[in-house]
Ligand binder design. Structure first.
Ligand SMILES: Cc1ncc(COP(=O)(O)O)c(C=O)c1O
Length: 395
């Protein structure tokens, strides 16, 4: 039989990606173009955009540990965790993370993103139902998409809606997936109520504590620990090593049998090169600092509240911060971009969140507090953000 002719006319090779230009034009018209701004090693800007909440990324104990480990173990881990990519540093980090948070076991991934992908996919599957808060982080959403389960994304911060979705699911096996501190608005999920809903309906609970770990809970043990859930047999926590710990990588913490299951089946663990030894050593050193200086997390919260109060008094629509994240609503995507750029011109670096990074379509400035912010820094930031605010930002 002859092969069928082309369904569509042949194109020149240099026309194959022409559709990208049309897409780019649409993004430009919608104010959604993005730009990389490579930074130098040091900066005079006041950083209210990064996730180095405890200021550990440049701490000599942490960066020094990364450098020493790179020289001793190599720049890369050389392979999958299941082949040559597990060093004694990885094992020590897993042991220490589990001990710190009070879980039976932990498993280190190359990022928080891959930890979330691995945990959600391995703990769901075609025989499962996943129920999520509709504002969960993109990495969890991707996990849900890849998990082949029935997925229900329900109203934000609403345990009754979660319970209803669990009660009406078609698959027996179920897992509820949520962020602890939500990355866009900085609000906190009602973890205890969610756990109660899970227990009433025979479901597991998976909490992404990326923004809670190192900031909330006793000594920075995280939001799950603070809610009294971290050692529970039906609760799994994911964290990133790249925010409060100032390193790079991610981890899943939970019951030993869950961790064993991930080692055997999580594809983003198995088919991914292990975390670089330098990053594992940096995370270990940062954990050591956190244990030695348990008052560091409280300073983040004080700074976040100072920023939120100052901006609210200036008339802006500001979220209530439960961790480091403070969000300020902007009148439009374009206004958010120019507002952030004007702040940068005045030496204050703030984040700018626009669709599709915001689940509710509302563009915002996103400020992140850190432990080293002095009262004078907070006052300066509030003054600059107020002075350069676009029309319509107060509401
Ligand atoms: C809530 C949340 N989960 C997961 C991640 C991903 O972590 P990582 O940056 O380590 O991949 C992030 C980081 O942006 C996050 O904000």
């Amino acid at each position: 039989m002859n092969a069928p002719g082309p369904a569509f006319p042949a194109t020149q090779p240099d026309q194959v990606f022409d559709w990208l230009d049309a897409e780019a034009t649409k993004r430009t018209e919608a104010g959604l173009t993005r730009r990389l701004r490579p930074r130098g090693p040091v900066s005079d800007e006041l950083d209210l955009a990064g996730n180095d909440y405890l200021g550990l990324a440049r701490d000599k104990r942490v960066a020094g540990a990364a450098a020493a480990a790179s020289l001793r173990w190599g720049a890369g881990s050389t392979g999958s965790r299941l082949v040559t990519g597990s060093t004694e540093l990885h094992a020590e980090l897993e042991h220490e993370l589990a001990r710190f948070c009070g879980t039976q076991a932990a498993l280190v991934f190359s990022s928080g993103f891959t930890a979330n992908l691995g945990a959600v996919t391995a703990l769901s599957g075609a025989e499962s139902a996943i129920v999520t808060d509709k504002y969960i982080h993109a990495s969890l959403i991707e996990g849900c998409r890849l998990g082949r389960a029935d997925v229900a994304a329900v109203a934000h911060g609403d345990p009754a809606a979660i319970a209803h979705a669990l009660a009406t699911r078609r698959k027996r096996r179920a897992i509820v997936v949520t962020d602890s501190v939500f990355s866009v608005d900085g609000d906190l999920a009602p973890l205890r109520e969610l756990s109660e809903a899970c227990r009433a309906h025979g479901a597991a609970l998976l909490v992404d504590d990326a923004h809670g770990f190192g900031v909330l809970g006793a000594g920075g043990r995280g939001a799950v620990h603070e809610a009294g859930l971290s050692g529970e047999p039906d609760v799994v926590t994911t964290i990133t090593l790249s925010k409060a710990l100032g390193a790079q990588g991610g981890a899943v913490l939970g019951p030993r049998r869950v961790i064993k299951h991930l080692v055997d089946t999580a594809r983003s663990f198995i088919f991914d090169t292990g975390l670089a030894p330098g990053s594992a050593a940096a995370a270990l050193a940062a954990l050591g600092v956190l244990k030695e200086e348990p008052d560091l997390p409280g300073k983040v919260l004080t700074a976040a509240q100072g920023l939120a109060n100052g901006l609210r008094e200036a008339g802006f629509r500001v979220s209530t911060p439960y961790g480091a994240v403070v969000s300020v609503q902007a009148p439009s995507a374009d206004a958010a971009v120019s507002w952030a750029a004007a702040c940068a011109e005045h030496g204050i670096r703030v984040g700018c969140f626009r669709p599709p990074s915001v689940p509710d379509g509302v563009s915002r400035l996103r400020l992140t507090a850190h432990a080293a912010l002095a009262e004078s820094d907070v006052e300066r930031a509030v003054k600059v953000i107020t002075e350069v605010a676009p029309r319509g930002a107060r509401g």
